[in-house]
Design a protein around this ligand. Structure first.
Ligand SMILES: NC(=O)c1ccc[n+]([C@@H]2O[C@H](COP(=O)([O-])OP(=O)(O)OC[C@H]3O[C@@H](n4cnc5c(N)ncnc54)[C@H](OP(=O)(O)O)[C@@H]3O)[C@@H](O)[C@H]2O)c1
Length: 325
């Protein structure tokens, strides 16, 4: 007995249609005239199936290709980076959670999967972004897993303070440069070819110290100034490639950053309380308040925002606030 189906004019969406049963089902609907949606996590697989569907479709209907945005946030195992990865997950993105500590990465990745509408599991990568080879590997594994890269958030950054006359100044200077600047440059350089394909976005996380002096912070401040200037310069260079670049100048954000820099929990709490009190807003930012700014800058609504050093500091710089510990 032969059967013929006609689905002309019907729109069919099969989740997981980039492979296996989903792909076969979608191909059959295409053959029978339907307008199909091919979706999954890997752009390469989606495009392969979409091409086959168009070939078998009686009217050569081109399928709609739907895939989650792929977002790589460096330093996403803690603080601002973790909050940003969580917000992107909540909004349906496919995220990469990365840092140097597997346990912290897995904890954040689990939270991301829990808030993801489709329970998308993040890719977990242990990598030290101060090392060029680790940056290459981090980007290569992202593209291997998901087939593309849409958004790169260069968030890793930390402080080791010392005065220019201190014995350890040069050592700390090199450390700050490597952690806060080299990492951003390496990640950006090796991402460009992938971001060009997706007309992607780069966000660099900077801070108010790029605009203010503070005792013992000259090395850190210089790196953040450089990040802001790198942002403006490459926003111009990459505009022709369709890549949008901005940085965010953060004020005080209550994270474990100071504990990671060697302070006790008590000292960190006291410092953030004092920083908050010195801010016109009266309190330090929550990490998610920076995350939302990242989301805005990555949205289509921010299409005209390019090469900006976007200030999210609770009014700190506007008030010429200084904080002397
Ligand atoms: N918090 C603030 O008040 C504030 C203010 C202005 C600007 N910022 C900027 O905001 C960014 C995030 O700061 P945060 O406060 O969220 O810091 P955080 O809580 O200490 O988080 C830093 C993240 O970066 C990772 N990381 C550090 N060094 C790394 C390396 N070499 N390779 C790979 N991953 C590394 C850490 O994980 P592992 O250590 O496990 O690798 C962690 O996931 C930084 O650029 C910072 O300068 C923060």
């Amino acid at each position: 007995m032969s059967m013929s189906f006609d689905f002309t004019g019907k729109v069919v969406l099969v989740t997981g249609s980039s492979s296996g049963i989903g792909a076969a089902t979608t191909l059959l609907f295409s053959k029978c005239g339907a307008q199909v949606v091919v979706t999954g996590r890997n752009q390469q697989n989606i495009s392969r199936v979409a091409k086959e569907c168009a070939e078998v479709s009686p009217k050569r209907l081109k399928p709609l290709e739907v895939v989650a945005k792929v977002v790589l946030v460096t330093g996403s195992s803690s603080g601002i980076g973790a909050a940003t990865a969580l917000l992107f997950s909540k909004c349906g993105a496919q995220v990469v959670v990365t840092g140097r500590n597997q346990q912290n990465i897995s904890r954040v990745a689990k939270e991301c999967a829990e808030v993801s509408p489709k329970r998308l599991k993040p890719l977990e990568v242990v990598a030290d972004v101060c090392k060029e080879d680790d940056c290459k590997r981090l980007i290569a594994s992202t593209v291997k897993e998901f087939g593309k890269l849409d958004i790169l958030v260069n968030n890793v950054g930390a402080t080791k303070s010392s005065n220019v006359y201190d014995d350890n100044y040069l050592e700390n200077y090199k450390w700050n440069l490597n952690t806060n600047l080299d990492s951003v440059v390496y990640m950006t350089h090796y991402s460009v070819t992938h971001l060009e394909k997706t007309k992607g976005i780069i966000i660099n996380i900077s801070g108010v110290k790029s605009a203010q002096t503070s005792r013992g912070m000259s090395a850190y401040s210089m790196t953040k100034v450089a990040v802001d200037m790198f942002t403006k310069s490459i926003a111009v260079e990459l505009a022709d490639k369709g890549i949008r670049v901005n940085s965010i100048i953060c004020g005080a954000v209550k994270t474990e950053g100071l504990i990671h820099a060697g302070l006790t929990q008590q000292q960190s709490d006291a410092t953030f309380a004092a920083l908050g009190a010195a801010t016109p807003h009266g309190q330090p930012a929550k990490p998610s308040e920076i995350g939302y700014a990242v989301m805005y800058l990555c949205s289509d609504e921010a299409s005209y925002v390019r090469g900006s050093n976007f200030v999210v500091d609770g009014g700190w710089l506007a008030a010429n606030t200084t904080y002397l510990p």
